[in-house]
Design a protein around this ligand. Structure first.
Ligand SMILES: CC(C)(COP(=O)(O)OP(=O)(O)OC[C@H]1O[C@@H](n2cnc3c(N)ncnc32)[C@H](O)[C@@H]1OP(=O)(O)O)[C@@H](O)C(=O)NCCC(=O)NCCS
Length: 163
């Protein structure tokens, strides 16, 4: 299911760079569970799986930065699940990782993603010019972040559940 989502432009969305991924590659990524990247399924209370959210590490000579990304299947968008998934991920990362900030970036045209990030507590930092190559064109992206002092305390998770 996850492999199918990753390869489907309708799920990954119109604002993400597309690339083909095999099931073997996806399974390897899931099993490896490296600190560089980790994917989670977004599941509703009734158990249906409606998308995924991930965190990954960007390596810079001065240090590592944590970033998140997410996608939902089309008919489950606009119902608050994206915002809730981002809130849970932020709780999880600040509770379990020794990080000062978590960032996210999205195509400037992706209003839903920007609004979901803002609702989850992220602040807009600025525009990164020609950051993504999407459908044959270089697109500007907006960088968002949330700092540990802005997060203050878990919104959804408890300290015990994040361990
Ligand atoms: C981006 C995404 C994860 C957001 O999750 P979501 O569940 O759809 O968003 P929410 O329902 O939590 O909505 C968050 C806010 O965005 C607004 N919003 C949702 N869809 C919108 C749209 N198409 N246009 C404008 N605003 C939109 C909502 O109204 C809400 O704001 P409000 O409470 O002030 O009204 C989801 O839309 C998605 O999977 N999109 C395709 C893939 C993608 O773009 N991924 C992100 C790449 S960075």
């Amino acid at each position: 299911m996850f492999t199918e989502w990753l390869n489907k432009p309708e799920v990954f969305g119109e604002y993400n760079p597309l690339h083909q991924t095999s099931r073997t590659e996806v399974e390897k990524d899931f099993e490896k569970g490296t600190i560089e990247s980790k994917d989670f399924l977004v599941e509703k209370k009734d158990g249906s799986k409606i998308g995924f959210i991930c965190h990954f590490t960007l390596v810079h000579p001065a240090g590592k930065h944590l970033e998140i990304g997410y996608s939902l299947i089309p008919n489950e968008r606009g119902k608050g699940y994206g915002t809730e998934a981002a809130e849970i991920m932020i709780d999880y990362l600040f509770l379990s990782e020794d990080v000062m900030r978590v960032q996210a970036c999205t195509d400037v045209r992706n209003v839903a993603s920007q609004r979901a990030l803002e609702k989850a507590g992220f602040k807009k930092e600025g525009t990164m010019r020609k950051y993504f190559f999407i459908r044959g064109q270089w697109r500007d992206a907006v960088l968002f972040s949330i700092l540990r002092e802005e997060w203050k305390e878990p919104r959804i998770l408890t300290r015990a559940s994040a361990k």
